[in-house]
Design a protein around this ligand. Structure first.
Ligand SMILES: O=C(O)COP(=O)(O)O
Length: 235
């Protein structure tokens, strides 16, 4: 939702040099956008295991090194996202990053953009299944919140169903390069956002009742949310 990603051509070249013809052939038969998208929801360990089952440890090792090295050419935050995060924090929202990414790739990306301190919570993905609904439920419990006090923002069709399992509204971001806009417009018609600006207007005009920190303050008299370091949940 918050960054664009392209598979870097340079990475393909390095994989070829590193693995030789056989591995490249196996990648060539599976490395399509469709197949990669079908593995979304799993972290990079699960994705790589499903695409290159026989050689996944080596591929994972190289993936991390390439991901870090070539990060500058494959991702950047969408325009307006970092400003929006600052504005939401200023308004007192608790911000949680719930991603299908694994802990390590998530950290590489956040560090690359200087965003490692932007979130109160960071919950990463599992290699075997989509655990976003479980992550949302954990947060509801931890912060003693009702689903109606939260929103989830995602660009995938599965984000709508995962948020739904936790009883939480999913705001669908259509600007992502992999967003299936037509499908999202059908299954989540009331919560479609074509641009970061539209999402910003919606979030910043949300009534107080859906602003979790303000609710917490009212209930408990807390001025600040609980310190994030003690609460960081990781799988
Ligand atoms: O971009 C990814 O690698 C994972 O996508 P997500 O953060 O929406 O789960």
């Amino acid at each position: 939702m918050f960054m664009s990603e392209k598979f870097p051509q340079e990475a393909k070249k390095i994989m070829d040099e590193r693995f030789g013809h056989d591995t490249l052939l196996s990648l060539a038969t599976t490395d399509t956008d469709r197949e990669v998208v079908e593995t979304f929801g799993l972290n990079e360990i699960g994705m790589i295991k499903s695409i290159v089952p026989e050689n996944w440890e080596q591929v994972l090792y190289d993936f991390y090194s390439l991901y870090e090295k070539l990060h500058y050419e494959c991702s950047e935050p969408y325009e307006g996202i970092q400003d929006l995060i600052v504005a939401l924090r200023a308004k007192g929202f608790i911000l949680a990053l719930i991603t299908g990414k694994g802990e390590r790739s998530c950290q590489i990306t956040l560090n690359a953009f200087g965003m490692e301190h932007n979130f109160d919570e960071i919950l990463t993905g599992s290699e075997s299944e989509n655990v976003k609904a479980q992550s949302l439920k954990l947060l509801l419990k931890k912060y003693d919140l009702l689903p109606a006090q939260c929103v989830y923002i995602g660009d995938a069709v599965s984000d709508v169903s995962e948020a739904g399992k936790a009883g939480i509204i999913c705001l669908s971001a259509l600007w992502g390069t992999t967003a299936k806009a037509e499908e999202l417009k059908i299954i989540n018609a009331d919560y479609i956002f074509e641009t970061v600006g539209e999402l910003r207007d919606y979030l910043l005009s949300m009534p107080e009742r859906i602003s979790p920190t303000l609710e917490l303050e009212k209930k408990t008299g807390l001025i600040n949310p609980p310190p994030s370091n003690n609460f960081r949940l990781r799988r």
